[in-house]
Design a binder for this molecule. Structure first.
Ligand SMILES: NC(=O)c1ccc[n+]([C@@H]2O[C@H](COP(=O)([O-])OP(=O)(O)OC[C@H]3O[C@@H](n4cnc5c(N)ncnc54)[C@H](O)[C@@H]3O)[C@@H](O)[C@H]2O)c1
Length: 361
């Protein structure tokens, strides 16, 4: 029987609600062809080998609840399937810079939080007791300090990390080196959706570039109606997200696009959209004989199915890295993440993933 993957969750929000319900969906429909999975197996691991064994949040309405209940608590919006009873209780995490001004009244952090050093000890104890092997970081955009707190926890407890947000850890040379020295694998940063705005924009930009045209201007505007988008209304929290999304596209174009001719970023919160994310893209350029062309695209997609479709593979690769005693930055990040340490084309990155799974250099 295949071994299980013991996963801990930092931030029991909408993305996690999608991941856990997606896994349950596949378990419930075992007889059907598993639509939407990029890999039914990664090494010996099937989607059903992922077990959630620890979870941490700051929301007063989530802490103390079992995981199967906490994922349905407001402001989470994913309601795809019912979940079986879980024994895992959501534990308190330190707030640090995790909660922005626009989402505070929805997340409702504990009024009397436990002092941080006490929490650190309790968290380390919980991770060891639950034998967590892979920590998945789903903190809100702008949580640099909180992410660093959890990176320290991963190093101390020797737990692999999958960093789903644009707080730069895996893509920061110093942090990557610390993970390597501690013999702990890390995959990051900022999850790239299955058919998200980033991958679509990257592939289109690369196409225009490879076909010999010059891209003069491009934009990508994203809107959505969940707490992720509400949080990103706070522009000061957005800097790393814009860097991550912009570099993901510019890395695919050979000729420089002037910085005032490119705009890529989350742009507004439209409450009634819920988890629907709309992305609007435009590329303007010049082709043969300097003749101008333009293309426009509108993407309409469920934001949480989009991230779950990738995280399910990133977790299995993190576990595989652990099994093989690999440490530090894991190159599969180029495929799964918007802001890896090393940007590749998506074709190259996919080959890296396939070679990694098949244990080829
Ligand atoms: N397609 C995608 O959905 C996608 C793609 C790339 C990156 N991401 C990133 O993934 C992250 C998670 O997204 P989401 O939609 O689940 O967000 P969310 O707002 O629904 O969930 C965040 C959760 O973190 C909790 N939290 C806040 N501060 C915390 C702290 N200090 N410690 C522990 N928990 C804390 C909140 O209570 C909430 O449960 C975001 O940063 C998002 O930008 C998502």
């Amino acid at each position: 029987m295949a071994k299980k993957i013991r996963v801990g969750i930092i931030g029991v929000g909408n993305c996690f609600a999608g991941l856990i319900q997606g896994i349950e969906y596949y378990k419930k429909h075992k007889d059907k062809k598993p639509v939407g999975l990029m890999h039914t197996k990664i090494g010996p691991y099937s989607f059903s080998d992922i077990e959630f064994v620890s979870a941490f949040d700051v929301g007063a309405n989530k802490i103390g609840k079992t995981l199967d209940k906490a994922v349905f608590v407001y402001p989470n919006l994913v309601k795809w399937v019912k979940l079986p009873k879980s024994k895992v209780i959501v534990k308190e995490a330190p707030v640090l810079d995790g909660v922005g001004i626009y989402v505070e009244n929805r997340i409702k952090p504990l009024k009397n939080p436990t002092p941080i050093e006490e929490l650190r000890k309790e968290i380390e104890k919980e991770i060891r007791k639950s034998k967590t092997e892979v920590l998945v970081n789903y903190l809100p955009v702008g949580s640099q300090k909180a992410t660093e707190f959890w990176a320290e926890i991963a190093l101390k407890t020797k737990t692999a990390m999958v960093n789903c947000l644009p707080a730069f850890i895996a893509s920061n040379k110093n942090w990557a080196e610390r993970f390597r020295k501690a013999r702990v694998p890390i995959i990051g940063d900022d999850i790239k959706g299955q058919i998200g705005a980033t991958i679509v924009h990257r592939v289109l930009a690369r196409l225009c570039d490879e076909r010999g045209t010059t891209i003069d201007k491009t934009y990508q505007i994203n809107v959505g109606g969940n707490t992720d988008f509400l949080n990103m209304l706070e522009r000061a929290r957005l800097e790393s997200k814009k860097i991550s999304k912009t570099e993901a596209v510019t890395s695919q174009i050979h000729k420089d696009v002037k910085s005032d001719k490119i705009y890529i970023g989350p742009s507004d919160f439209v409450p009634f959209l819920g988890n629907t994310k709309l992305a609007f893209m435009r590329i303007e350029g010049r082709m043969f004989a300097d003749v101008p062309y333009s293309l426009e695209l509108r993407l309409d997609v469920d934001d949480k199915a989009n991230s779950g479709g990738i995280v399910i593979d990133a977790i299995r690769c993190a576990k595989l890295a652990r099994d093989r005693k690999l440490a530090g930055y894991i190159p599969v990040s180029s495929y799964f993440m918007k802001h890896p340490l090393i940007q590749k084309t998506d074709d190259e990155a996919r080959k890296i993933v396939e070679n990694f799974i098949n244990n080829k250099k």
